[in-house]
Design a protein. Structure first.
Length: 87
C-alpha cells in the first residue's frame, strides 16, 4: 500500500493517539532511536532490501502485539513505521 492511501485511513487516528499519549520530545527521540536500531538490523538481515525488511518489521511488531492478546492491524503497523521513517 502506498503511504498516501494509508495516511487517508490512519492519519487522523495517529494524531489522536499522539495527543492522548502525550509523548514528549524525549520519549519521541527514544522511540526514534529504537526504531532506527531495529530497522537497521532488519535491513541487514534482508540483504539491504527495504521491502523485505519492512514486511519483516511489520510481522515482528504484529507478533509482539498478539502475544499480549492485543488485536492489531498490519496496515496500521506498516503506516506507523513508514510514518516514523518519513519523520
Amino acid at each position: 500500500m502506498e503511504y498516501t492511501t494509508l495516511y487517508s485511513i490512519y492519519g487522523d487516528a495517529l494524531d489522536v493517539v499522539n495527543d492522548k499519549l502525550g509523548i514528549d520530545e524525549a520519549q519521541d527521540i527514544i522511540i526514534m532511536f529504537y526504531l532506527q536500531d531495529i530497522s537497521v538490523q532488519f535491513l541487514d538481515e534482508a540483504g539491504d532490501n527495504p521491502f523485505i525488511a519492512l514486511n519483516r518489521l511489520v510481522t515482528y511488531f504484529a507478533e509482539r502485539l498478539s502475544v499480549n492478546g492485543k488485536k492489531y492491524d498490519r496496515a496500521a503497523i506498516k503506516f506507523f513505521l513508514v510514518n516514523e521513517i518519513r519523520a
